[in-house]
Ligand binder design. Structure first.
Ligand code: FES
Length: 110
């Protein structure tokens, strides 16, 4: 099991917009969508460019700003390709947002 690490406060996230954070050496992108916080690695699987926090969010669909690949934040799956985002478990306690960062040996291969 990874450790839950406090990353930010929910009140610092903007509905429908991403924000990048570096946590435990990993760059994450967090999104607040209809009150739910989602955390993914800030790397687009298409060309491994760390830009997803700058992507546009419509509903739960995130669009990469580079070439327009789209991902469903609820599943991490690409809408129009066979790739998938690396997702992280999120826990909120009051305003605090915690993200589970897996240990290196637990990290899944995508
Ligand atoms: S790098 Fe994201 S769509 Fe190309």
């Amino acid at each position: 099991m990874g450790n839950f690490i406090k990353v930010t406060e929910r009140s610092r996230l903007r509905e429908g917009a991403g924000r990048a954070f570096t946590v435990d050496g990993r760059e994450l992108a967090l999104y607040l969508v209809e009150g739910t916080v989602y955390a993914v690695e800030n790397l687009c699987p298409h060309q491994h460019i760390p830009v997803l926090a700058e992507g546009e969010v419509n509903g739960t669909v995130l669009t990469c700003p580079m070439h327009g690949w789209q991902y469903d934040l609820t599943t991490g799956r690409s809408v129009n390709a066979s790739s998938r985002l690396t997702q992280f478990d999120v826990r909120c306690e009051g305003d605090a947002v915690f993200v589970s960062i897996p240990d290196e040996e637990e990290a899944p291969w995508w």
